[in-house]
Design a protein around this ligand. Structure first.
Ligand code: SF4
Length: 216
């Protein structure tokens, strides 16, 4: 929590996830794989301009047309297939418009999402947290780098689930907290904790956060 409050005091609330609807957040979570958000926005704008910013419509559109529209997001052929698979999953599972709010349901849903073509853990957890409002901590490369540099993990290759549980088991399970914390870690990673760390100017400098036995 000290990391969180320090970052929140310094950067302020990040207002994540950028997206006007649950469907837009799900679409954005797939498109943002391996690219920056500016490119995702262009792809989303294309879909919106063609009145296709809808999972139902994406599930029925042909793949080459979808690939052409999302081209700005990069890897557009693969992402078109992934996006269609994701859209088909949500269209098939109509109860996800208003999903039950219990942990067991969320864990089952997470397992099912991970079976969808092209949905990895980071994407599944982004959808669960930001679109479906479940308290799941999203782990990305910025999180790994921060954790490693502050000796919370032994290497940046530590298993995704271990890092996720490090946060989930040591913080209140709260959607807003997880939402903001992940967004702040991304901001930290882009601003100070870059590949070449800018520790001198960083708000976390000279504050020691570490585990005596980092997670291996
Ligand atoms: S930039 Fe330095 S002080 Fe800031 S989070 Fe990274 S390692 Fe820590």
């Amino acid at each position: 929590m000290r990391v969180y409050t320090t970052l929140l005091d310094y950067f302020g609330a990040q207002g994540w996830w950028p997206g006007e609807s649950r469907e837009e957040i799900i679409i954005g979570a797939v498109l943002t794989q391996n690219t920056n958000w500016a490119n995702v926005e262009k792809a989303i704008d294309n879909l919106r301009a063609h009145r296709l910013l809808s999972l139902k419509k994406i599930a029925t559109i042909d793949e080459p047309t979808l690939a052409r529209l999302i081209r700005p997001a990069g890897y557009f052929n693969i992402k078109a297939r992934r996006l269609k698979a994701t859209a088909e999953f949500f269209v098939r599972n109509k109860n996800l418009k208003n999903p039950p709010r219990n942990h067991r349901f969320m864990l089952n849903l997470r397992d099912e999402l991970l079976q969808v073509y092209g949905i990895g853990k980071e994407t599944a957890d982004s959808i669960l947290l930001y679109a479906l409002m479940y308290p799941v901590f999203v782990v990305d490369a910025y999180t790994r780098r921060f954790c490693f540099r502050h000796r919370l993990i032994e290497s940046t290759r530590v298993d995704y689930e271990d890092i996720r549980l490090l946060f989930e088991d040591n913080l209140p399970r709260d959607v807003e907290l997880f939402n903001e914390f992940h967004a702040l870690l991304v901001r930290l990673g882009k601003t100070f904790c870059r590949p070449k760390a800018l520790c001198e100017e960083c708000p976390l400098n000279r504050r020691v956060f570490f585990l005596s036995k980092p997670i291996a």
